[in-house]
Design a protein around this ligand. Structure first.
Ligand code: MN
Length: 273
């Protein structure tokens, strides 16, 4: 592809160092345009703004690159970018580099990944990148090298329809990382614990804390790869259908009875199992 158009988005906001790292990673690969939230939007998942107006403002971020800050969510950024900034679908969308992991089930909560999912819904090859370091001063040197490799591969080979990539990069220097593994999402979850405190009026308030628990000891998972010094690449899809459950429901549910509901209603009787 000759000089592809690359949309860069994130959820940590337009001032996040991770965004700049991703811009630098993909800048040599094509024409880069940035549309990012004007405030941190981590944990927003696939939220969209429907009850208030959205603002888009062009700013100076990196010389020679068009950049816009948006008052909405990461998904709003993608939608506005395609409709009002680019006026077409870009050739690729990259999201991040997030400050903090989006491995395993974190993808469900992640604004970084939801932005990539939204681009994928629009048929745009897309990738979310996350570094396993929450700090503002995180070192993105190794992450940038792997992000460029993945972006190059996606531009060169594309991605199968209805799929996108979730890429997580362990903390550490370039020479500490062992390479990259294609993985499946580990079966893990957050065990939540809300801290309860009292406000100055004596009313309780709650603050979310939790610990991440990995039940999955498989060596083909993203958690295993990351724990062993590899960059994890999980291909994901936005079709959430549990295909294996369709025959189970068809076989076990009393679908014959429910198909009679309309007939009974028409006859003045109500369905009462
Ligand atoms: Mn974030």
């Amino acid at each position: 592809m000759d000089h592809p158009l690359i949309l860069v988005v994130n959820d940590d906001g337009i001032t996040a160092p991770g965004l700049l790292a991703l811009v630098e990673a993909v800048q040599p690969l094509g024409e880069v345009v940035v549309v990012a939230p004007d405030s941190p939007q981590s944990g927003m998942g696939h939220a969209i703004t429907i009850n208030k107006p959205l603002r888009l403002r062009e700013i100076q971020l990196v010389k020679g690159i068009r950049a816009f800050q948006c008052s909405g969510t990461p998904v709003d950024c993608v939608k506005l970018a395609v409709d009002k900034v680019l006026h077409r679908a870009p050739d690729m969308c990259v999201s991040g580099i997030n400050h903090g992991s989006n491995s395993s089930i974190n993808i469900i909560y992640s604004g970084t990944m939801s932005a990539a999912v939204e681009a994928s819904l629009e048929g745009i090859p897309s990738v979310g990148f996350s570094l396993l370091d929450y700090s503002h001063s995180a070192d993105f040197t190794a992450a940038k090298i792997y992000a460029r490799f993945v972006a190059e591969m996606v531009l060169k080979y594309g991605l199968p329809k209805h799929s996108l990539l979730n890429v997580n990069i362990p903390k550490g220097g370039v020479h500490e990382l062992k390479g990259l593994k294609i993985c499946r999402q580990a079966h893990a979850k957050w065990e939540e614990e809300y801290i309860e405190r009292l406000d100055p009026m004596g009313r309780p308030y709650y603050w979310l804390t939790g610990k991440f628990v990995n039940y999955d000891k498989g060596e083909d998972t993203d958690e295993w790869a990351l724990a062993n010094g590899f960059v994890s690449v999980v291909p994901v899809q936005h079709d959430l259908t549990a295909h294996h459950v369709i025959p189970v429901l068809n076989e076990t549910w009393d679908l014959e009875a429910v198909s009679q509901i309309g007939l009974h209603e028409a006859g003045g009787e109500s369905y009462n199992p």
